[in-house]
Design a protein around this ligand. Structure first.
Ligand SMILES: CC(C)(COP(=O)(O)OP(=O)(O)OC[C@H]1O[C@@H](n2cnc3c(N)ncnc32)[C@H](O)[C@@H]1OP(=O)(O)O)[C@@H](O)C(=O)NCCC(=O)NCCS
Length: 152
């Protein structure tokens, strides 16, 4: 990781400034059919505890990656990770783990018992990430995506 990165909580105002950079990071995966295309309204959607648990990583003003998490869960008591992405040149350097740890820390403080996430079955990088960071496949599918859980 760079020595001068910042991992910052996403406020509504910051999301409004940064979502186009998030959409650029997502673009190759959207084009490949592995992530749904999101518009401004998706990034900006108001969800319980979203502005506490969601974070972005920046180096200076350059956006490296982000994770959007809210309490709009798929399971009682669990927070839900709606989307995580790290820009190509910055992958495999620990930024997605850092974003996860920040969400976990705040989520646990808020009383969530874990976090859920959905994975497209063809998304190999997400499978590797989930397996290396302690998630478990719940054995269920939601709209064709695998449901994964991480207990705090
Ligand atoms: C999945 C994604 C977010 C991972 O981001 P990242 O910053 O590269 O992940 P990290 O560097 O924090 O990796 C954390 C762990 O997962 C492992 N990992 C992550 N991606 C991997 C890959 N493609 N192949 C092998 N291992 C991988 C790392 O080696 C590391 O394990 P370690 O700590 O035991 O060495 C990134 O590949 C991405 O943005 N993909 C496109 C969007 C996407 O698929 N989102 C869904 C995420 S569930």
């Amino acid at each position: 990781m760079a020595s001068d990165y910042d991992c910052i909580p996403l406020t509504r105002e910051l999301m409004n400034q940064l979502w186009p950079a998030f959409a650029s990071i997502d673009a190759p995966f959207v084009d490949g059919g592995l992530l749904e295309a999101w518009l401004q309204e998706h990034y900006m959607m108001e969800l319980v505890d979203k502005w506490a648990m969601s974070h972005a990583v920046l180096i200076g003003k350059h956006v490296i990656g982000y994770r959007i998490v809210s309490g709009h869960g798929k399971r009682a008591g669990y927070a839900h990770s709606h989307r995580t992405a790290v820009d190509g040149p910055y992958r495999l350097q620990g930024y997605a783990r850092l974003l996860l740890e920040n969400a976990q820390e705040v989520g646990a403080e808020l009383g969530y018992i874990g976090i859920t996430g959905l994975r497209h079955p063809g998304n190999d990088s997400s499978l590797q990430f989930l397996m290396h960071t302690g998630w478990k496949f719940a054995g269920e599918y939601i709209n064709g995506n695998e449901l994964w859980t991480l207990d705090f």
